[in-house]
Structures are given as C-alpha cells and as structure tokens.
Design a protein around this ligand. Structure first.
Ligand code: SF4
Ligand code: SF4
Length: 324
C-alpha cells in the first residue's frame, strides 16, 4: 500500500493561516529565480488575506512550478500546491490552451494482475524510451488510458468532466500496482483512489537491483520533485536508504527538499511560451565533484545538458555494466 500523503500530518489550513514567516522562500525555485515575493506562497497568501482578486495575481499563479517543495517546510502546514491549483481553476486555463482537453483513450484497461505503467508527456513523445522503460520494469502493462489529458487539465486549471474522471479511475481500480510517471497525477491519484498501490516511476526504477546497483558514488541522482514532495516523509526515508546503499549525491538541500532542475512557468510548461535557462540546474551543480548526472524524469536531461558537459543519463538507461 502506498504511503502517499498518509505520512504527513493532515493539511487543511489555507492562505488565511499564513503567518508571513517566509520559510517557503528558502526552497522555492521561483523565488530563487526572481527574488519577487509576489511570486511566492508568502506573497500569494498575503495578497489573498488582503482581498486581492485572483485575476490580479495571474502572473504569480502561473509562475508556480507545482514542485511542492514549499509544503514540507511551511510551519503552518498550508496545502500550498492545492492553493495554486484552486487559483488556476478560478482563473481558467490560459489563452492558447485547448478549450476541451483531448480525452485520451477513455475506457477500461485489460484486466490483469500485472502492474500498470502510466506514462507522462515526455515518455509518450519518445516511444522507444517508453518501451525500454516498460521492458526494464518487467511484466508491466502500458496503460491504454494514461490520464495525460487529466494531468494537463490539472496543471492548467481546466475543467475535468466528472464522467471522464470516473472512466479513468474505473480503468485503474483493478490494477495490482500503478506506476505513475507524472508527479502531479500521482498526487491526485493518491486522493482519488485511497489505498491504491501507487508508486512513482522514479521509485519503481530505482528499486530494481540492476538499476540501483549501477549507481556510482560519483553520480548526482536527480529526484523528480513533484512525486517526492507529495509523499515527503516516506520518501525521505526511501532516498536515505538509496544514498546509504550507493553513496551518490542527490538534488536535496539541507532540509532534504528536492531542488527542481528548472522552473518553467505554466505557459512554458504548456509550450505556449519559450523555455529559458533559469539557472536552477547550474545552482544544483555548483561546487559538486560528480562524473555523471542520473535523472528520474526523462524530460530533466535537457536542463543539465544545456548548462554542463557532464554526461546525463535517464534512470532507465543505467545497467549493471555501468556499475563500478
Ligand atoms: S510549489 Fe514550488 S514553485 Fe510553487 S510556490 Fe511552492 S516551492 Fe515555489
Ligand atoms: S512558509 Fe507557510 S506560513 Fe510561512 S510565509 Fe510561507 S506560506 Fe506563509
């Protein structure tokens, strides 16, 4: 059974409970990039406490990467990711977002006791990598309906029809195990399917002996932040075990918050604005002596390749042959 969200104290507070302590700034990639307090949880909470309308906070609401890093550090236990998602739903999706999100392959999955793999957008766009990942996981079935339209709608604040959501969830309910590549979808599935056997793709891959044993002490292992922060207390222990076993470095700060390698705003993430080098990857690499970067999320390779000559590998491409 997954420990998603269950290891944390109940989070039910809202922006009204924000004390203005600013601890969220310490871990927020948007603050690191902009030093603009209006683009932080602190800034949004204080604005809402002062009756600023969401429409007047659009840039701030779209700036959040939904990495979830601010939640474990907030002493008031405010559900800061949900706060942004609620505000995005209030605003509605940005111009350029399809008015009706494509409904991907609605319908039931084949009945099977095999684990089901739900790909993310990057893996869907790279079928060879996806097939290799599935083969490595051994005996998994590829989800016919991976909920990619739902993940996209969540991100953008678009409406999700109850029927569409129910079709998707029904198709998952009989699965013995769900391996989910999209961290935001994983966070929501933990609520929509309480008790479901959920695991992130990064955790599933790093748990394979042939992958795990290929990690070197001189590797930087880059955790996917969304899934990690959604299940922070359990996964801190999991990755501590991985560090003890393989001695590699991680993209974790002193509070063991996972630092994202880039900080795209909503428009950039949706492909509606050009990406730029926001310096996150440089900051993660600064001062490290590493020979290889290993990323859990296929998409994260680019952020490091753009700023460094250090070889970058996707986790599923590690093999025993790479061990030392
Ligand atoms: S989710 Fe990430 S980007 Fe958004 S406010 Fe929190 S730390 Fe900043
Ligand atoms: S850490 Fe929490 S309480 Fe402190 S400023 Fe940020 S949102 Fe407000």
């Amino acid at each position: 059974m997954s420990g998603l969200l269950r290891g944390n104290s109940p989070i039910s507070k809202t922006y009204a409970d924000c004390s203005g302590c600013s601890l969220c700034l310490l871990v927020c990639p948007v603050w690191r990039r902009t030093c603009d307090i209006e683009l932080t949880p602190h800034g949004r909470s204080k604005a809402l406490q002062n009756d600023v309308r969401p429409a007047d906070m659009t840039i701030s609401i779209q700036s959040c990467t939904l990495c979830g890093a601010c939640e474990p550090v907030c002493p008031e236990r405010i559900n800061l990711t949900d706060m942004v998602l609620d505000l995005r739903r209030t605003l509605g999706p940005p111009p350029g977002f399809p008015t009706s999100a494509p409904e991907s392959r609605a319908g039931l999955q084949p009945i099977s006791s095999a684990p089901l793999l739900l790909r993310d957008r990057a893996l869907a766009a790279n079928p060879e990598v996806l097939n290799h990942t599935a083969t490595l996981l051994g005996g998994v079935m590829m989800a016919g309906d991976d909920g990619s339209d739902i993940a996209l709608a969540l991100e953008a604040g678009a409406e999700i029809s109850p029927q569409r959501l129910e079709n998707f969830l029904t198709s998952l309910r009989r699965s013995a195990k769900l391996i989910v590549a999209d961290g935001l979808l994983l966070r929501h599935l933990a609520r929509w399917l309480p008790g479901a056997p959920l695991v992130s793709l990064g955790e599933a891959l790093s748990g394979l002996p042939e992958v795990r044993n290929s990690l070197r002490a001189t590797d930087l292992y880059v955790i996917e932040p969304r899934a990690y922060h959604a299940d922070y207390q359990r996964l801190v222990k999991y990755y501590d075990g991985l560090r003890a076993a393989r001695a590699c470095a991680f993209n974790l700060d002193l509070q063991r918050i996972a630092i994202p390698p880039s900080a795209p705003n909503l428009m950039q993430r949706l492909g509606l604005a050009p990406q730029d080098n926001d310096g996150q990857a440089c900051w993660i690499l600064h001062g490290r002596r590493i020979s290889r970067i290993v990323v859990e999320r296929y998409e994260d390779r680019t952020a490091f390749e753009n700023v460094s000559d250090i070889p970058v590998m996707y986790l599923a491409d590690l093999t025993e042959a790479g061990a030392c």
